[in-house]
Ligand binder design. Structure first.
Ligand SMILES: [Zn+2]
Length: 225
């Protein structure tokens, strides 16, 4: 799917004031227009993040780029998390999660987008993955988390960032949503700025500016700034 600037600023406005769940839903609505709200909620978090990462690299990637700033846990220098454009999230190994605990088998579903709207200060709403399972038992919960990660390793990807100053490594969670959203936000703010610049210079409306190709718009903006 080609991303038009008009779509991009609509995604940005739909998600800008909400939390992570709202931002992800705004992106999914644009990326998967064939899905309704309920179907979007059923997308597993691993599938969602693989989708977000592939769109990020398709829409925004310009080769290697800085994804996040990570403070070194040893010398407190700010390091950058860089991944090559060919980085891919690990594949899912199973849609079913089976946990054998205290002689009993429990089937769980994978965590999904809709679960995020039920996250509380106590954490992720694991009970939604199987309401009958013994989630109050920390050992069961540990076993379940391990089984979920084995079924879909993309759910919890941590990258060790090595500090060029002191050599220490600091773990950084791979957050496909936040990496994609940062790019959406930066591009949307630039589009708004171009619209304002051309409106001041030539009196063009928002839709007139959005109707220009990106190259032509950049050319006009360059002429007046
Ligand atoms: Zn360091």
């Amino acid at each position: 799917m080609a991303l038009r600037d008009a779509d991009l600023i609509r995604i940005f406005e739909a998600g800008e004031t909400g939390g992570a769940a709202a931002k992800a839903d705004a992106l999914l609505a644009a990326l998967c227009p064939e899905l309704d709200g309920k179907a979007r909620g059923e997308i597993s978090l691993g599938d969602r993040d693989r989708l977000f990462w592939s769109f990020k690299t398709e829409w925004f990637s310009r080769g290697t780029q800085m994804l996040a700033k990570v403070k070194c846990q040893s010398c407190e220098e700010w390091n950058s998390l860089d991944l090559g454009a060919d980085f891919v999230l690990p594949a899912k190994t199973s849609d079913e999660v089976k946990v054998t605990f205290a002689g009993e088998d429990w089937n769980l579903r994978l965590p999904a987008q809709a679960d995020l709207s039920q996250v509380t200060p106590d954490g992720f709403p694991y009970y939604r993955l199987n309401p009958q399972a013994p989630w109050d038992d920390p050992e069961f919960r540990d076993a379940a988390e391990a089984a979920i990660e084995a079924a879909d390793p993309a759910i919890d990807v941590v990258i060790d960032v090595q500090c060029p100053e002191c050599g220490a490594t600091t773990p950084c969670a791979f957050d496909a949503l936040s990496f994609l959203w940062s790019d959406v936000e930066a591009r949307a703010l630039r589009v708004f700025s171009d619209i304002a610049t051309l409106a001041r210079a030539f009196g063009w409306s928002e839709s007139e500016t959005l109707g220009l190709t990106a190259r032509r718009r950049a050319r006009y903006v360059e002429m007046v700034s």
